[in-house]
Design a protein around this ligand. Structure first.
Ligand SMILES: Cc1cc2nc3c(=O)[nH]c(=O)nc-3n(C[C@H](O)[C@H](O)[C@H](O)COP(=O)(O)O)c2cc1C
Ligand code: SF4
Length: 520
């Protein structure tokens, strides 16, 4: 008889919630009962409020139990979970959970389903079909497939990925590079980490396709320093891919070469900015470079470089496998395909929700996220990381779309949403934005380096009621200067959270709210 297969996630979220202790209890409980079972350490499905979520393979599908504490394990075994029996912690067939069923998982299709380090599992779930097709198509047609997909960079700026690749492929050079930006500094975001920990071959395949497409033979993953687990999983996966001939001098017997390495990030938010990242990767201080030249022309070691966010690169395999047209059929307007939206902050059902662009913000917060964890009314959502605007509830009809967000002076960024309830003080949050900028500034340009310090001081005066009107006028003027005069988006976008907080929540700054007719 086949041994039962049980899944216990091994990614940082589940482990932080006690998954390792649960796995050990499970092993001991099975041993004591003389039962041989295959305990697979998968990754989280991205339904974080259920972690640790144990899944048991049955004829009805994978039955889930969560959140499981080590002290629940004996009771679960006693209840007969190996046969998918009922229990108060049972959440039924995991694929049928509405949070999961409502999603369109293209980039995250394998997350939580496979053993992250099993190439057999990866291939059994569509892995490496994209690379095989890219080899058949050849470099130019591979680039055009990515152009056709309409994929835009998932790191923040939303620049079309295929166009970036075209530029690098056309740049004359003896050496080109692929750099994966896995610095993932935005508040509330974890999509990059989850791919590295739960489906690492997907990133390796995406980077390999990028390398073959633009003629780059080397790649680097610049990994956020707070992600030690992801780093280790990636190193193991790279070694396995190399051993299997999926990296190296003769990929899949094609005679084509590509190899890659992991690099630990320097631990600064600004090192996620592409040129600062390249400096850091070269072993220098993470100082932003002036553009031009673009990294596509002169990037790593002054060679043409594709620098893409991890999610952008991990989306390439499905595009090559199913075709650019298939991917672009999802979404709205110029926002094509799907986005892994990361719902965080004060929210009942926090996690990863991959869906086609176009879903209204309010649906994500209320219907999917279930409202605040505190049970209090939602006050605002900060979208797009620490440099993103605060959106009040009256803007919750805004569709998740680059252009619709931009029309509201807001950012999609890396797809992070941080929810706040009505106890949040938005003047405090505005001050935090300036403080964050001062702390993280690389120091190269004055509007950001000095402006952010003056911003904190001015906000302190406003909050102390000191010459409030004059200081608010000064703050608005300062924000204008930072927006237009900063060299990169750290200084240039810090005004967005500040001004949105002031515009939508003036009462938090001690100012009378605008009359409804004058309000946005
Ligand atoms: C201050 C700052 C921090 C950034 N941090 C990140 C980051 O952590 N990850 C990321 O992918 N992009 C980050 N970016 C955006 C990158 O500069 C760049 O646009 C991105 O890596 C390009 O990849 P994409 O086209 O695939 O989005 C940051 C930008 C700025 C200004
Ligand atoms: S805006 Fe800030 S982080 Fe960006 S270059 Fe200027 S000082 Fe450096």
């Amino acid at each position: 008889m086949k041994s039962p297969r049980i899944f216990v996630p091994n990614d940082a979220t589940a482990v932080a919630c006690g998954a390792d202790r649960v796995a050990r209890k499970l092993e001991a409980g099975l041993l004591a009962r003389g039962i041989t079972a295959d305990i697979t350490r998968n990754g989280s499905r991205g339904l974080f409020w259920l972690e640790p979520l144990i899944e048991v393979e049955t004829e009805r599908g994978r039955i889930g139990y969560g959140p499981v504490k080590p002290s629940d394990v004996e009771d679960l075994l006693h209840a007969g979970i190996l046969h998918g029996s009922d229990h108060p912690l049972c959440v039924g067939v995991v694929d049928e959970i509405p949070y999961l069923k409502k999603q369109t998982r293209l980039t995250f299709a394998r997350i939580g389903i496979i053993d992250p380090l099993s190439l057999t599992d990866y291939k059994a779930h569509g892995g490496y079909r994209g690379l095989e097709r890219a080899i058949t198509l050849g470099p130019a047609a591979t680039v055009e497939e990515v152009v056709e997909s309409g994929l835009r960079g998932r790191g923040g700026a939303g620049f079309p990925t295929g166009i970036k690749w075209r530029t690098v492929a056309a740049a004359p050079a003896d050496q080109r590079y692929i750099v994966c930006n896995a610095d993932e500094g935005d508040s509330g975001t974890f999509a990059d980490r989850l791919i590295m920990e739960a489906d690492p071959f997907c990133l390796i395949e995406g980077m390999t396709i990028a390398g073959l497409a633009v003629g780059a033979t080397r790649g680097y993953v610049y990994c956020r320093s707070e992600y030690p687990l992801a780093f280790v999983v990636m190193e193991k996966a790279i070694e396995k891919a190399r051993m299997a001939g999926l990296l190296g001098d003769n990929i899949l017997g094609s005679g084509l070469a590509f190899d890659m390495e992991m690099r630990m990030g320097a631990g600064a938010y600004v090192c996620g900015e592409e040129t600062s990242l390249l400096e850091s990767l070269e072993g220098k201080r993470g100082l932003v470079r002036a553009k031009p030249p673009l990294p596509a022309h002169k990037g790593l070691f002054q060679k043409p470089t594709v620098i893409n966010n991890l999610v952008s690169l991990a989306t390439v395999p499905v595009i090559l496998d199913k075709g650019g047209k298939y991917y672009r059929d999802f979404g709205m307007g110029r926002s094509r395909g799907t986005m892994p939206i990361q719902i965080a902050g004060n929210i009942k059902f926090g996690g990863l929700f991959e869906t086609a662009f176009g879903i209204p913000l309010g649906e994500l917060v209320y219907d999917i996220g279930g409202g605040t964890a505190s049970g209090r009314p939602v006050k605002a959502v900060q979208a797009g990381g620490p440099l993103g605007a605060y959106l009040p509830t009256h803007q919750f009809d805004t569709p998740f779309d680059y252009e619709a967000f931009s029309a509201k002076d807001a950012l999609i960024g890396h797809g992070g949403l941080v929810v706040f309830d009505d106890t949040a003080d938005l003047a405090d949050m505005a001050r935090f934005a300036m403080e964050f900028c001062a702390h993280e500034s690389c120091g190269k340009c004055t509007p950001c380096r000095i402006g952010s310090i003056r911003g904190v001081e001015t906000l302190d005066k406003v909050m102390a009621g000191e010459q409030r009107e004059q200081n608010l006028a000064l703050l608005t003027d300062l924000c204008h200067t930072m927006k237009l005069g900063s060299l990169c988006a750290l200084g240039g976008f810090t005004p967005y959270p500040v001004i949105s907080a002031l515009n939508h929540f003036p009462e938090d700054f001690g100012v009378a709210p605008k009359l409804p007719a004058a309000a946005e």
